[in-house]
Design a protein around this ligand. Structure first.
Ligand SMILES: Cc1cc2nc3c(=O)[nH]c(=O)nc-3n(C[C@H](O)[C@H](O)[C@H](O)COP(=O)(O)O)c2cc1C
Length: 514
């Protein structure tokens, strides 16, 4: 299959839309006896424990989210403590709760169904406290397992067509997705969830790297088969999704790519039985890059997405003044974060809070598929229920103008309830933020891999919104949605766009003591 045959992405997208009827006609039920294991375990490998008492960065969450470290800065090499901090605050266990289905280990970043299908690996040179190697991170005991000994960074430089951030990075984290762990509940839609759940985790990773003084960026251009071989993945079950080079050295004495033979490492099965969903394997194959030449061509220029002028009534966004901003550190905010389970329908938030969250979350993402000043792939559309200083209604966020354009005025709690899969959360929130994208242009430019890019960007901005909301002591939750009804609701403005992601913001309902 070919990345340029973009019918593959359209087919997958159309076949995995939710509608009122698709939900009602789906006979799928959860097989609790076959519930997937939340961790990938290599039973024969000795874990290398990571330090747990790592010093806090002291950096305020809002700055960490929105001010990445420029990659042009002098050398910055992570040590073992930096690596431990970045891994733990991206994918570590932050809470534990018993439920009827068993113990749930909640993690640093939000994840659909708390199923945690994203795994992290590290390919590193020698760092202070760690030998060079290819490692797997296990959040269950905060440890690394050594899969290959030696410096394999040359393999990643080659696989990314010498992407500068990867070629200069002392260490690179690789994110993978394990199909069955999420498909157990969400079936074929899991390929979308890969982008969302990887994205929320990346928001944490980029913020904690920035707070640690280390440049980091998202790299999506790589030869899939080379990276998967390096990690010894069984690609019918687990696939590489993106790379995040961490830190920078000016020296360019990368080792040559090394042989990476099959390892046959034993892992504990995810479940007794797994169901394979061919549409996802096809979507992955069709969006894979097969050679270094294809990666070079793919990276090229971002699409020119027309920046929408604002036609209607406009409201200028105004951030919270510096002195009123919360100064909780990024680590404190990540530990506090958790998806809001009930919003207080009687509460409101301020325009300054909303402005601060939108501004922090949409400051340019460091990613090889975006230019810092170029448009985002996703546009944000809002349903405002109760924000002081804004009329209730539907809005378009004009990022370049730092303004909201009123599309239609009205009280739309009932509509939000419907659009968010008939859940109470989007109806009770203060604002619902929908991510919509012009898939046609994106796929024309990036091929099927544009589908991965747009989902990943949405998840990462969504993850930043989560963090910014908790930084200003509000609540948030990701949500899923009825695809085509979202587009109808925001049309004619949203005509020709596709629904990608949804997140609700508001004040968590405080339960009265019994
Ligand atoms: C993209 C995304 C979509 C989600 N969709 C829903 C949803 O439709 N309904 C819901 O109640 N929670 C939803 N959640 C919240 C997850 O259930 C929650 O993140 C997970 O249980 C982990 O809990 P935590 O976020 O509190 O750590 C979603 C989360 C994400 C990241």
């Amino acid at each position: 299959m070919n990345n340029r045959d973009i019918q593959a992405a359209w087919r997958y997208h159309d076949e995995t839309k939710h509608s009122y009827w698709s939900i009602r006609n789906n006979p799928h039920t959860l097989d609790w006896a076959n519930r997937p294991q939340p961790f990938k375990i290599y039973p024969k490998l000795e874990p290398f424990p990571l330090p747990r008492d790592v010093p806090q960065t002291g950096v305020a969450a809002l700055s960490a989210i929105s001010e990445p470290v420029p990659s042009s800065r002098a050398d910055s090499v992570p040590d073992l403590q930096d690596l431990a901090r970045i891994l733990y605050f991206s994918a570590g266990i932050t809470k534990q709760r018993r439920s009827s289905g068993g113990e749930i280990y909640f993690r640093a970043a939000a994840c659909t169904g708390a199923l945690y299908e994203i795994e992290l690996y590290v390919v590193t040179d020698v760092l202070a406290g760690l030998d060079a190697g290819v490692y797997h991170f296990n959040p269950a005991d905060v440890s690394l397992c050594l899969l290959r000994k030696g410096d394999f960074r040359g393999n990643l430089a080659e696989a990314t067509a010498r992407e500068p951030a990867v070629a200069h990075a002392p260490a690179t984290i690789i994110c993978t997705g394990t199909y069955w762990r999420n498909a157990w509940k969400y079936q074929t839609r899991t390929y979308r969830h890969f982008g969302w759940d990887n994205g929320t985790l990346l928001a944490n990773m980029l913020a904690v790297a920035a707070a640690s003084g280390l440049p980091a960026e998202i790299v999506l251009g790589f030869v899939d088969a080379e990276v998967s071989r390096l990690l010894d993945l069984d690609t019918r079950r687990e696939v590489s999704l993106c790379l995040v080079p961490i830190g920078r050295t000016s020296e360019l004495s990368l080792p040559k790519p090394r042989e990476a033979p099959v390892l046959h490492l034993e892992t504990v099965p995810v479940s007794q039985r797994q169901v394979e969903y061919p549409a996802m394997l096809q979507m992955h194959d069709a969006s894979s890059l097969e050679s270094v030449e294809e990666v070079t061509q793919w990276r090229g220029k971002p699409p020119t997405l027309p920046s929408s002028g604002l036609a209607g009534e406009e409201v200028q966004l105004q951030r919270l003044p510096e002195e009123e901003q919360e100064n909780d550190t990024i680590e404190q905010v990540i530990l506090r974060r958790g998806s809001t389970r009930t919003f207080d329908r009687t509460a409101s938030i301020t325009l300054a809070q909303l402005s601060t969250i939108l501004d922090c979350a949409t400051r340019g993402l460091p990613a090889d598929f975006l230019e810092p000043t170029a448009s985002q792939l996703n546009n944000l559309y809002l349903i405002v229920h109760s924000v002081q200083g804004l009329k209730p209604g539907a809005y378009f966020f004009g990022r370049e103008h730092n303004a909201l354009e009123l599309l239609k005025e009205g009280k739309f709690r009932a509509e939000a309830h419907h659009l968010g899969l008939e859940q109470e959360l989007p109806a009770d929130a203060c604002v619902d933020i929908f991510f919509l994208a012009d898939l046609k242009r994106i796929l024309e430019r990036y091929g099927n891999r544009g589908y991965r890019a747009v989902q990943l960007e949405a998840g990462t901005i969504g993850g930043r919104i989560y963090l910014a909301a908790y930084a200003v002591h509000l609540g948030a939750t990701g949500l899923t949605f009825f695809d085509d009804d979202v587009i109808s609701f925001f049309s004619p403005h949203a005509r020709d766009k596709s629904a990608i992601f949804l997140l609700a913001l508001g004040k968590p309902l405080k339960r009265k003591p019994q």
